[in-house]
Design a protein around this ligand. Sequence first.
Ligand code: SF4
Length: 481
Amino acid sequence: MSAAPAFALPRRARLLPELVARHRGDGFLTPASIEAVAREVGVPAAEAWEAARSFHEFRFDAPGGERACAGIACALHPGFHEPELPAGCLFRCYAPPAFGDEQPFPAEMVRQAGPLLGPADRTWAGLERARRLGPAAVLDEIEEAGLRGRGGAYFPTARKWRAALRHGAPLALVMNAEEGEPGVFKDRALLCLRPGRVVEGLAIAMEALRPAVTIAFINGEADPAAEAFERALADSPIAGQVLLYRGAGGYVLGEETALLNAIEGRRAVPRPRPPLPVDSGLFGMPTVVNNVETLAAVAVILREGPAAFRAFGASDAPGTRILSLSGRVERPGVYEVPLGTPLAEVLDRAGSPAPEGLAVLCGGPSGGLLPGAIADQPVLPGRYHPTGAMLGAGGVVVLEAPGDIRRAALTMAAFNAEQSCGKCTPCREGTPLLLEALGGNPAELTEDLLDAIQLASLCGLGQMATGPVRSALAFWPEVFS
Ligand code: SF4
C-alpha cells in the first residue's frame, strides 16, 4: 500500500496488503504468518484465514515453482505441454506458450492504436481543463461524450458518478485493474505503455467526485503494469493521494462487490445486490468503481472534448474499444478500434484464417463460441448470440473449428469451476458438474442443470458460466458425441 491520503480506512483494510507482503517475502502463507497479520490489523484469525483462502494466487504449503499457462491461447501452441504448475491464464496470450513472471507489455503488440493507446504528450492538459471547468461541467462533458464503462458491463459512466454523488456523503473511488479474464490483456497494455493517460483519467475522476478515499487495485501478478503506474502517479499532481492495492488472483474480483470485500479485508466474494456500490460500497460509503480503460477514455474526453470522442464509434456507444486478439491469428495483440467496427475487419487485420473452419471465443469464460461464418458482428456492447458470445471486456480468441472446440469449451468450463468463489450453491456445485459432464458424458448436460446455474447463481461468474458450453453444444454437437 502506498502513502495514505487524508482519509484513514479502518485497520482491517490493511489485511490484504499485509498478506500480500508476507506472501511475497516468504513465498507462501503459514498459519503463524496469517495469525500475526490478523493480530496486526485487529481481525479474528478465522476471518483472516477465510479471506486469505479466497485468493487463488496465495500458496499455503511451500514456495511455488515456475508456473506455466494452461489457458486456451497457450494450449493451442505446438510447443505446449501440460504444465506441472498450471495457471488459468498468464495474460501473455499474444506470445504463447507463456510461463514465469509477467513481462512489460511489448510496444510492438499494439497492432492498432487510437486515442487511448496513441502517443502521450506528458502534459496534464485534460486535468488542467477539468480544474478550470469544475466538477459539474466535467460530469456534463462525460455525459455528452456518451462514455460507457469498459470493464464489460458498459454502464454509462456519468450516470454512475451522479448516482454516487446524489447521496452528498463522503465517497470512495476505486480503479479496477484486477484484469483476471483469460484472453484479455488490454489494461496491462494501457498501464505499461500509457500510464500517464490512466493517471490523468483517475485525477479527473477525483476532480469531479472529490472522493474521501481513492484506491488503485492492480492485479497481484502484474508487476510491470503496477510499477509503470506507480512511476506515473509519483510524477503527477495526485501523487500521495491514491492508495495502491495489489490483488492475489480471482476472476470473481471483476465483480465490484467482491473487489470491495477484498479491499475491506474480507473474503473476496460478491455481496447480494441491492445495495449497489454507488449507494453503499466500500465501508458503507457510496463507491464508484471504474475500469482502467474507462479512466483512460475520461482523460481523452477532457483533453479533446466530447465531440472529438464521439467522432469515433456508434451513436449509442461512442469512442474506441481495445480488443485483445489471440489464438490462431498471425498478428496477435491489442487493436483499438472504433465501436461499431465489423469484427471481421479486425480479424482480417490480425491475419485470421478464412471464416470457413474458423470459430471465435468472444467474452472468455463468461462469453461463448461463434462459428466464423456468423462471426461478422459489429464490435458493440451486448450479446453477439443468445447462446453466450458477447463483447464483454474485449477478449477475442480465434480457433479452428471443429478441431479446437472441445478443448476450448473444456478449458472455459474448468476455469469457471476453479474460480467459483463457493458462496452460492448453484455455481459452487453446478460448475464442477458441468465440467465433469462435458468431459465425460455430455448427455448429463441437461437443460435443468444449465438453467439452475444460469438462473440461480448469485453473480455474473455463475450466471454466465454456461455460455461457452451452451454455444459449443449448439454449433458443434458432434464434437461431444
Ligand atoms: S455465482 Fe459463483 S462466483 Fe458468484 S457468488 Fe456464486 S459461487 Fe461465487
